[in-house]
Design a protein around this ligand. Structure first.
Ligand code: AMP
Ligand code: MG
Length: 403
């Protein structure tokens, strides 16, 4: 799937609009950060020396208003935090260590060379790469970019996502339900996951189980989105029209069916650079397959690493393996030595030889049916239980993809 996914183009973005965007270039410091030697404290700039000497206060340097006057051995200049320290200065005496009488200063503590002075380039020297290509810009990254002298940064385009939800039984949130109807939720969950992955939802369309309506909706979505996500209608039922519509509109099937629970009927196809995901309609299946398939693709389109953070964890209870299918089990992670509320692990399984001490426990979040969306509540991650025969005992270490 990633092999069929290309990074989108790039654009310059003002730093104030760039939260959550992904860099398409390196950011280097234009000059030293900080740009000049400055005071770390409110106090007095002085030459280095002992406590108890007497110095004449000859001027003031405030933040943004340096003093032109050099400091001589018998002299001091009043300084504010962030003010450029004058030429000749070796240290700053903080206000708290200064007695001031009649324009004279008596430091009550020795001033060692360099004390309370922040040197130019002490944070980062000029020309240093402070942010790499592919970095997602959070609060600290934006601050560092501005500190490096940037007003704009080159970023990858934001993927445009269309979410189509199919099913005659679906009613909008809050609507009264007739027999056989349910409230639509995948439009919300999938749209939210897309936005959390840095994408923009440009269209959210409800589609009845009808071949023509499905085709119309898919066509509209293909025209305006980089990624089309369809929920439901990809199984083998007589009312599943999604695959037929996609085929008729020139979307090439790359795969249909994955050895995974939940998510077996997942479908993936492409039309030129546009990606199409057909996700199962069951609400848990839809979320899990979005996380495992669509999210990495959206990250790759933004030029970011598609790999989610993973951690090792020990199963807090025995888990039956599925023959021929991996199981993405929703789990909470607990750092406790024992699975909370669970049976104490046996001596052997509690500390598998490979598990570093401090490996968290993976505690299933409750019933794991693919229609039981509450299993996603409080889930820290998806424990990836490999396919196989028989039971994995309590304490077995598994990989958990963090949500
Ligand atoms: P499907 O994949 O279309 O066969 O749907 C599988 C199950 O998921 C059925 O029980 C549907 O009612 C349910 N479902 C499908 N789409 C949604 C949706 N958008 N929101 C909530 N449940 C859905
Ligand atoms: Mg359906």
């Amino acid at each position: 799937m990633l092999g069929a996914t290309a990074a989108l183009g790039t654009e310059d973005v003002a730093v104030e609009d760039a939260l959550g965007r992904v860099l398409a270039e390196e950011v280097r410091t234009a000059g030293d950060v900080p740009p000049f030697d400055n005071s770390a404290m409110d106090g007095f700039a002085v030459t280095a020396g002992e406590a108890g000497r007497t110095l004449r206060i000859v001027g003031e340097a405030r933040a943004g208003a340096p003093s032109a006057r050099p400091v001589g051995p018998e002299q001091a200049v009043r300084v504010s935090t962030g003010a450029a320290v004058p030429v000749g200065t070796e240290a700053v005496v903080p206000v708290e260590q200064a007695e001031e009488v009649d324009g004279m200063l008596r430091p009550t503590a020795a001033a060692a060379p360099g004390a309370h002075v922040r040197r130019a380039g002490e944070d980062v020297p000029a020309g240093t790469v402070v942010l790499g290509t592919g970095t997602r810009l959070g609060a600290a990254q934006l601050g560092v970019a501005a500190g490096a002298g940037r007003a704009t940064v080159r970023c990858h385009l934001v993927p445009r996502v269309a979410v189509l939800v199919t099913g005659d039984e679906l009613r909008p949130p809050g609507a009264a339900l007739e027999p056989g109807q349910i409230h639509e939720s995948n439009g919300l969950t999938l749209g939210a996951l897309a936005e959390q992955a840095g994408a923009r939802v440009v269209r959210r369309t409800y589609v009845p189980d009808d071949a023509l309506a499905t085709r119309d909706a898919v066509q509209g979505a293909l025209e305006e989105a980089d990624v089309v996500v369809v929920s439901g209608g990809v199984s083998v039922g007589p009312h599943d029209h999604v695959k037929g519509a996609l085929g008729a509109l020139g979307v090439t099937e790359r795969f249909w069916g994955v050895a995974l629970r939940p998510g077996k009927p997942t479908w993936f196809g492409t039309r030129e650079a546009t990606l199409v995901f057909g996700l199962p309609g069951n609400p848990v299946s839809a979320m899990v397959t979005f996380v495992l398939f669509a999210r990495p693709a959206l990250l790759a389109q933004q030029g970011a690493s598609p790999h989610a953070r993973r951690t090792g964890a020990r199963l807090a209870e025995a888990v039956e393996r599925l023959p021929g299918r991996d199981h993405a089990m929703r789990v909470r992670l607990s750092p406790e030595e024992r699975p909370p509320g669970g049976p104490p692990p046996t001596a052997r399984s509690a500390r598998p030889p490979s598990a570093a001490s401090g490996t968290p426990w993976a505690i299933p979040t409750g019933p794991q049916g693919s229609h039981q969306l509450t299993s996603m509540l409080h889930a820290d991650g998806l424990a990836l239980v490999p396919a196989g025969e028989g039971e994995l005992p309590t304490g077995t270490e598994v990989t958990v993809e963090l949500l």
